[in-house]
Ligand binder design. Sequence first.
Ligand code: SAH
Ligand code: SF4
Length: 406
Amino acid sequence: MVAVIPTRAASPDFEPPVMAAGKPTLAGLTRARLADALSAAGVPAKQLRMRETQLWKWIYISGVTSFDAMTDVSKDLRSRLAELYTLDRPEIVAEQVSIDGTRKWLLRLPKRGHEVKAPEIECVYIPEEDRGTLCISSQVGCTLTCTFCHTGTQKLVRNLEVEEIVGQILLAKDRIGDWPGAAAPNDGGLLPTGERKITNIVLMGMGEPLYNFDNVRDAMDVASDGEGLSMSKRRITLSTSGVVPEIGRWGEEAGTMLAISLHAVRDELRDTLVPLNRKYPIAELLEACRNYPGVSNPRRITFEYVMLKGVNDSLADARELVRLLAGIPAKINLIPFNPWPGTQYECSEWAQIEKFAEVVNKAGYASPVRTPRGRDILAACGQLKSESQRQRASERPGPVADTGGA
Ligand code: SAH
Ligand code: SF4
């Protein structure tokens, strides 16, 4: 069961922004699409490059949310842009701050096509003293149905657009004050001490990122652009449940760090935990890892292994894990199972996790256990599920329930 720990609500001054109906946003676009949007607003071809560079810096270095703030852009163009576009991020439906400083945002995206209801996704920020990791979603829901994952039970599924993926980074930076000169939120939540509050990005939120390949790749290009958000690709990690044919292509075209949701060392068990294994079994998956472009000791692949009591947590499993990964530059990440309402699984006993970790440690893998974060606000791995009807009143921002520092 999820521990019921009081959560702190959003900052007292938090008011969800209202999305301007109908107008597309320029915040989160690639350079090419930004140039197209400027051209559609009447910017002459010979000025396009210069205007695109100006807007790029305002959007991705300064983080402005209004065209009026773009002081080196002529007034006429600013008002023309404001007529046609916005700089909106995905709409924040709810913001929660865990007692450990983890922040979770429930976000609403504009409806598209035949969607009856505006889709919702979640995005999580995990601060530590020397780093801040943003966990972003790549799809609404997930078409895969890993049996231990809450997201896999969600029915509505669609791919996120590039701007919806980048938009998660922008709004997280807004909320934690990670723009030049911005103030930190006054809710007392822990933030890293360094200048940058978001140092790492993990594609470990909702969805299977390799099933939304092009949009996720373009979004990571925007995130890593040296004249903009400037995230290093070595600090961006894509996690996949094992879409084997796309792994090599991801390495070539995006070149981020890679994490593999392994979770079992025998096909028979992995077939049930991660049903995609029936299509791409363990041997093929590990072969794709061996061939991952750029894999080396300084650029190891992370293997995620969720600890499920009595299912995959025996010491024989641990020894087999080490044997399977021999020869692959690898890190092992043991994830204590995060329970969610209705799940059939339980997290392994702590003593068993320690014994398992010891086998892994002895084989030369350092500190392999991932500390669960934000469990009290269902923000931990695999707890994300956005249907708003699931949101109990107690999960929505409310009165400050706890002021204990993180
Ligand atoms: N779809 C991708 C990325 C999102 S899931 C993938 O599966 O890799 C991110 C990580 O959280 C994966 O390793 C996933 O297996 C793990 N996870 C899912 N549900 C979990 C749960 N309930 N407890 C702990 N980890 C979980
Ligand atoms: Fe989808 Fe990943 Fe959850 Fe599996 S673990 S259902 S691939 S989000």
